[in-house]
Design a protein around this ligand. Structure first.
Ligand code: CP
Ligand code: NVA
Length: 309
């Protein structure tokens, strides 16, 4: 079975911690080795990307490998060839497949029929590469993850889901504040709470941004309309009124609280420009950490099929 990375809870908490620690090591110490020498990685992106895609392609090059970008409209997949057949064919040419797409089940179909590792570069449900980068930056900045409090304010989306699962596995308390009707899916909350019980932390859902932000070590937000939901933005702007991460909300958090956003941001909607550019903001460190986190993920998935546990 190839070493896929489809969601953060696919692996053990110990393996996730090692991934996060490896990302920090790569950032601080660098690594000139070429574990991907002679290997080809295909990136299938059905949605836009700046950070994830560029960081993967740069990282693959730095690790000695070759990458190719496959856009849906350039593949026969765009004309109706199945994910099943596409995965089987690509498995015969390349050594790993990185996928950004809509339904998580499309990614699972790719993985199910692929004999090479498949890495989730974002689906509607999960964004595990983002959460690895985010916990790596927190480990770097806060000098430890256990017992931290992360408040996520906004849409209960792919980023929120992965942060909840990752936090539960790494011993970080996660409070998620959404407007009514935008809470994270129940199955994800249930899994996160099961994992949190083992690590001794709490996953809290609320509709009050202030309650979530109280005493937080990190205050995180993401766009109100994710890719694929753009047509709902008018309604969402109304529904999310009062959910902007701004200076007033930041004052509720712990002194020294870091402001986080996976980017791209809509300044003046989910986050004020003032807060995004203030000294507490680590949003561009998060972006930088995507390179190191994704290199660590490639190493885990392509490093001989052994989980880091
Ligand atoms: N944070 C993130 O995944 O950014 P991109 O959509 O630019 O890849
Ligand atoms: N929730 C956002 C994240 C982008 C990185 C989206 O899916 O569009």
């Amino acid at each position: 079975m190839p070493e896929h990375f489809l969601k953060i809870s696919d692996h053990s908490p110990e393996a996730l911690l090692k991934l996060v620690q490896e990302a920090v090591r790569l950032k601080k110490k660098g690594d000139k080795s070429k574990p991907l020498a002679g290997k080809t990685v295909a990136l299938y992106f059905a949605k836009s990307s700046t950070r994830t895609r560029v960081a993967f392609q740069a990282g693959i090059f730095q690790m000695g490998g070759f990458s190719m970008l496959l856009r849906k409209d350039e593949l026969q997949l765009g004309r109706g060839e199945s994910h099943h057949d596409t995965a089987k064919v690509l498995s015969r040419y390349v050594d790993a497949l990185i996928v950004r797409t809509y339904g998580h089940e499309e990614l699972e179909e790719f993985a199910g029929f692929s004999s090479i590792p498949v890495i989730n570069a974002l689906t509607d449900k999960y964004h595990p590469c983002q959460a690895v980068a985010d916990y790596a930056v927190l480990l770097d900045k806060k000098k430890g993850l256990k017992g931290l409090r992360l408040a996520y304010v906004g849409d209960g989306n792919n980023v929120a889901n992965s942060l909840m699962l990752g936090g539960a596995m790494l011993g970080v308390n996660v409070a998620v504040a959404t407007p009514k009707g935008y809470a994270p899916p129940e199955d994800v909350v249930e899994t996160a709470r099961r994992l949190a019980k083992k690590s001794g932390v709490k996953i809290t859902l609320t509709h009050s941004p202030e309650d979530a932000a109280k005493g937080a070590d990190a205050l995180y937000t993401d766009v109100w309309a994710s890719m694929g939901h753009e047509s709902q933005i008018k309604k969402r702007k109304k529904d999310f009124a009062g959910f902007m991460v701004d200076a007033k909300l930041l004052r509720k958090a712990k002194p020294g609280c870091s402001v986080m956003h996976c980017l791209p941001a809509h300044r003046g909607e989910e986050i004020s420009s003032e807060v995004m550019d203030c000294p507490a903001s680590i949003v561009f460190d998060q972006a930088e950490y995507k390179l190191h986190a994704q290199k660590a993920i490639l190493k885990m998935c392509m490093g001989g099929g052994k989980k880091w546990e």
